[in-house]
Write a new protein. Sequence first.
Lengths: 525, 401, 319
Amino acid sequence: MELLGITKTFPGVVANDEVSLALRRGEVHCLLGENGAGKSTLMAILAGMQQPDEGHIRVDGRETAIGSPRAALDHGIGTVYQHSTLVGPLTVVENLLLGDSRAIRLNVAGARRRLQEFAEMLGVEIDAEARADELALGRQQQVEIIKALWRGSRVLVLDEPTSMLTPQAVDELQKVLERLKETGLAIVFITHKLHEAVALADRISVLREGRVTGTLDPVRLQSITPSELEKEIVRLMFGDSDAAGEASELKVSVEAAEASEGEAQSGRGGEAALELQNASAPGDGSQPGIEDISLTVHLGEVLGIAGVDGNGQRALAEVISGQRRLKRGELHFLGAPIASMGVAQRERLGLRYVTDDRLGEGIVGGLPVSVNLVLKRIGQAPYWRRGRIRREAIERDAEQLVSQFDIRTPSIHQRAGTLSGGNIQKLLLARELSSDAKVVVFHKPTYGLDLKTTRTVRRMIGDLRDGRAALLISTDLDELLEVADRIAVLSRGRIVGTVENGPGAAEQVGRLMISDVSLGMEVAA
Amino acid sequence: MSESLQFPAHPTDVVEVSPPPTDEANQPLRPRSRRAAAARDTLIRSVAPVILALITGGILLLILGRDPLTFYGDIWQGGVQQGSWEDSAMRAAPLLLIAVGLIVVFRANIWNLGYNGQFLIGAALITGVAPHLAGTPIAVSLILLFLIAMLAGAAWTIVPALLKAYYGTNEIITTLMMSFIGIGVANILVKGPFQDPTVNIPQTRVIPLDRMLPSIPGTRIHIGVLVALAAAVIAHFVATRTSFGLRLHVLGANPRAAAHVGLSVRRLILYAFVVSGALVGAAAAADILGVWGYMRANWNPGYGDTVIPFVFLARLNALAVIPFIAFFAVLSNGGDLAASNANLPTDFLLVLVALILLFMTVIEYFGRQRDLGRSYLTPGLRRALRTPLRRRPRESQEVAP
Amino acid sequence: MTALHVAAATNIFSRAVLTSLLAGGVLAGVPLLLTALGESISERAGVLNLGLEGMMLLGAYIGFVGAYYGHSEVLGFVLGASGGALGASLMVVLCVWLGLDQIVVGIAITLAGEGITSVLQGAQFGSSYPRLGAPANLAIPVVDHIPVVGSSLFNESPIVYIGVLFAGFLVWLFRSTNIGLNLRAAGEKPEALDAAGVSVIATRSWAVLSTGALAGLGGAYLSIVAAGVFTPFMTQGQGYMAIVICMLARGRPLWVVFGAFLFGISLSIATALQLAGVNISTDVINMLPFVAIMLALVIFSRSSYLPPALALPYVRGAR
């Protein structure tokens, strides 16, 4: 299968610019690039979700149009999307049968047999009658892979498949991919993580700003040393400009954080800023709650919370911010109990929350940037006086915050929903960090951001060590190792251990994550 | 559940901190021309559905063998000429109050569709209580009656409001059910305790003319019209200039954001419902005390049903809704004459109203597509119509960084 | 308790009263049943159909006209179903294809249905309301002679049996066919259905059309069988009641049957009570089903379930 000169533009952006790729049987072809480099668009084109403006797709040498997801499947292209496409309330078998045939009756027995065969081929065990949303995430992904292969696919496209997985599940995925490769499948592996690409790929294509900046074929991958390879890829990903310098700096800073352990220590021993004692709270839907969590964030400290997504992170963050009630346990802020306070009261005390769901709950997209900046202070002086809005005050402070936090917007009157992801995040940071923030909870603060903004955000979190404090909930272990002083591991709603950041912390955290989750997998299976 | 029920025509002119936002931000325009373009755009989107509906209605009349020109001419004659504009103005009073009541909740993206029940409960209580206030000064009596109607209307929203606030129960269903119950209760009241003992027809006693709302000097128009106009102005002020208005808007635009930024969502839902119900009750007071003076069993003018399209056409703006209500008051007042001349049920107006709604959604759709720089056709339709020669960019939600 | 009350109380359980209660329950319940079954299809597929009331009226009027001029009930039912589907096709184009707001379009269809049928009735028949002859019933042999239930349940218009059988058919359709699976996915997670290569738009379109046809059939039953006459606004909120029944039944067809007949019986209590000599105002009686629904909603408010993608248009690639 071949892609030739694929170009796709959206209003204002060229997502793909003359992209050409060749996919070969029995080979893992890695598409590597930063967030926003055009990987997802390319994948959507392969899956028939988007049509290219220009360019051709050839399957077995014949030119074809992939006009719909159905056409993609008919051409033998199976896709595993970054966001699950399993229907939660349906069983595994029902999910696999979805769209499988045009016959009226469901062939459940046949599907079950088929599932068994696939499971054996992949070397995994899957309960056919389990509800899809009750499976562990790794297991769900295996079902998705089977689903993508269900109709005899010859090409398997995986979009950021490791973003939701534990290190252990990533290993399992790697084994599954090895087996699939042996069956002669062509695999497209899309990722923004360099080490994954290096570990898995037979061939690496690097995307930057919608263009393929280079392809490393198997021969070349074998012939150069790992460090040369990384250098080469970094150059391709970030160009020769100083961005490359920033990128390597980012990598180096991991070691720097480990080295500066002494400095991190110095910040601690401070007063307890935020304290949870035996805190429990319910989850929602398939998302777990938290169970009996006790932790303390000291002033001058950044406490990291590691864990795979969907282990109670949201419940933890919302309990602290006040969006979710505690069922049991206590919550203290600078020594005072705050469990009975609402969001607004906590906000006034200086307890802030930078949410991970920026568009869903962070901003009101239809309102201007200026109003979004005061959204947590509606009705308060100086922006409102006796219930009446004071626009001058709002706009004056908005102008100042926009320049201070470098929010790129045509004006403060621009609707917030039209900003890019990075600028929306900066808007949220401006709102939460301004006016006397004392303790800030960050939930996946750099998820989906480009490198430059990521750096800025991490620097801001670190800056809170100046006598304030931060709780950093992240699924990115590298980020925690770079920024946090201590790292607690959250698993199935509980804190399973806390690790001092420093040499060897990564392994310890990884072990904590694995130990409990593998237990969970057994329960689920 | 119903948090997800977003109406696409949600006000974009909210909180006038900003000039009307347009999506032409990439092509820099001078502010004035941009504002003019936006105004023209709004005008087209608001007026075009009405014109299209009138044209389609005319075609329907032709099919039914009626002369549309005569029909619309009769509307003009019966709605505006020879002092009938005064009747139209009085017809507008309850319509406008209901419209404002709906705007309050719709801005919060809450669907109070129980206006008929709220209205009739208020009306029935007024006609029942008014005779007992015969001895009180007229001003006291009128104010009391207004308050009673408003309380009744508000009370009728409480159950749906609580269910929505605490369990998220779909308020469309609950308000509709409460509406049917309200209609029944109003009938029971009219036929039972409030029945005029001197007549055999099921109706209440008639409020004497000197106990009704006084007229504006020099006209026949009662002051309820002024009350309605004042309500619209106040509602607009609250919506655009106060913290309460912004809170309601945040709740309507993104309920999860409302919870995130610490608004007390439950209290807001309750307030929105109660204010809305009270305004509908006030509409009943204005109508009964201004025009009718009594209530007959099974009377249900259904004002709210016909007001809904204009509320949307005005983009949930309480000031902008005034001309639309005026237009519809003329249409419905003159429509009585036109329908009887054309030997058609007055329900023909419902068809016109429905057509306005439909054309409005369609035009809104086209406008939205253009704003986003999209083609007007859905992907499915476009694929069906696509010719191999011409390829157009497909839609995307991605936004330029 | 006075003697009169006691007499009434004993009378309530007399054979005549029970028969009329059951028969009335069927008569009033079938339109609800058909419409609510229809709604269970489109709700499953993620389309909230507030236009049901209008579709029922369209079916009632067009069905009545067909039966009246064609002298054939069957023709009436067929035309009634197509009338409902006609109303639904508007919803298909505007809501499913163009992704417009389902609530606003639903309200518009209801208003249009109310207005247009009233206008057509006025234009066609003036102020006279012609009646149809007694409907043809299909007695099921043997069981129709069982006392009470026999004449009330097993001597009915064929539509009644069709309605109940259709509920069984829907159970099968939802549970063990690809169509049922597609409908569920379209309501629960349309993007998953799309990714599986099945058109969400087509699935939803057919769902809404079937809903309209069933609502039209329910309306036609109302005018042709239950009333024998078409009067404007004759549905009196039954379209909305059907939505509630479907919601409380969580879209499960057999529960819909149960709920529809329960509400049918509560609608027909008036006649039964009058037969029993109890005189209650019809206003109270007409209110009862809505009071019952409100009570049910208050009590079961936590457990009513609607698919997550309900009332949301599907646009590929939109998040």
